[in-house]
Design a protein around this ligand. Structure first.
Ligand code: C2E
Ligand code: MG
Ligand code: MG
Ligand code: MG
Length: 283
């Protein structure tokens, strides 16, 4: 009896693993195919100055226009792309696409808007990353001053010395470095002083709790002050309500990003948005 149960449980377990492996394999094949078929797209979400409500930069966020599944969000495929190594060609595509867009906006609209690009830890394990980036900037004619790389703490945790070296080279080229999702995971304050970071993005999980949790307000207020004392710019991520924006403004948070102002949008829709304030100024 027990043996039987054990065996059937084993079967279920096997079936689950099998399904997972199949799904992973399918997605892997799909990603490969979609890369060459042009089914990936970059959306852009404005980052704005809280004092004026005007966009000052954009974050590039990848979207997958899957032939059967429709629009697929990064939470569905970035980790698989990381595990399979497909993040390398995908990341290169993102880099080239974002830089081409920056260059096109400059040329067609005489508009110089900085764009933030998310980089995975895995990309920093590729020795040719710096070389690849230099080539893409050159090919697309993109000024490095209009490019920001968003990295998470995992980049620094996984390959500290090589990653630091690369970040230093990027800085030397004139690229801005932003620490994404700060305050979660293995957040360490030493990251803020021992790595060449220019911008700190406060994780949206803190912002979501601002209104109702006093302790959370204290943490965010302290983080903003600390970052500014260290000479870093601060962006609050995931600002979704006017109340959150108001609390952040009272903490002198300089920059914000979130659904309150704009969802991530296709490049074409960004063009009609730029130059307008996204939020009426509170008097
Ligand atoms: P992230 O870099 O922290 O990007 C911010 C995420 O928060 C985006 O999700 C954005 O749509 C979402 N967001 C912005 N404002 C709000 C808000 O007010 N409320 C809520 N609930 N969400 C908000 P998205 O586009 O689904 O991307 C998720 C994550 O996937 C990104 O987090 C980033 O880690 C990763 N990712 C996206 N694009 C790329 C890429 O091109 N390369 C790599 N390596 N990772 C990417
Ligand atoms: Mg980001
Ligand atoms: Mg983030
Ligand atoms: Mg994130």
């Amino acid at each position: 009896r027990a043996k039987e149960m054990g065996r059937s449980r084993f079967k279920v377990f096997n079936q689950k693993m099998h399904d997972q492996a199949m799904r992973q394999l399918m997605l892997e094949t799909d990603i490969r195919h979609s890369l060459s078929a042009g089914n990936f797209e970059l959306y852009y979400q404005p980052i704005l100055a809280l004092s004026t409500g005007k966009p000052v930069a954009l974050e590039a966020l990848i979207r997958w226009n899957h032939p059967d599944m429709g629009l697929v969000l990064p939470s569905e495929f970035i980790s698989i792309a990381e595990e399979t190594g497909l993040i390398l060609p995908l990341g290169e595509w993102v880099m080239r696409e974002a830089c081409s867009q920056v260059a096109a906006w400059r040329k067609e609209f005489n508009l110089s808007i900085p764009v933030s690009i998310n980089l995975s830890a895995r990309q920093f394990l590729k020795p040719s990353l710096v070389h690849d980036v230099r080539n893409i900037l050159e090919e697309t004619g993109t000024p490095p001053s209009l490019v920001t790389f968003e990295i998470t703490e995992s980049v620094l945790m996984k390959n500290t010395s090589a990653a630091t070296e690369m970040l230093n080279l990027f800085k030397k080229m004139g690229i801005t470095i932003s620490m994404d999702d700060f305050g979660t995971g293995y957040s360490s304050f030493t990251y803020l002083t021992s790595f060449p970071i220019d911008i700190l993005k406060i994780d949206q999980r803190f912002i979501a709790r601002l209104e109702h949790e006093k302790h959370c307000r204290s943490i965010v207020k302290t983080l903003i002050g600390l970052a500014q004392n260290l000479g870093l710019l601060v962006v609050a991520e995931g600002v979704a309500t006017p109340e959150q924006a108001q609390i952040l403004a009272s903490f002198d948070c300089p920059y914000a990003q979130g659904f309150l102002y704009s969802r991530p949008l296709p490049a074409q829709q960004i063009e009609t948005l730029i130059g307008q304030p996204l939020l009426a100024r509170a008097e």
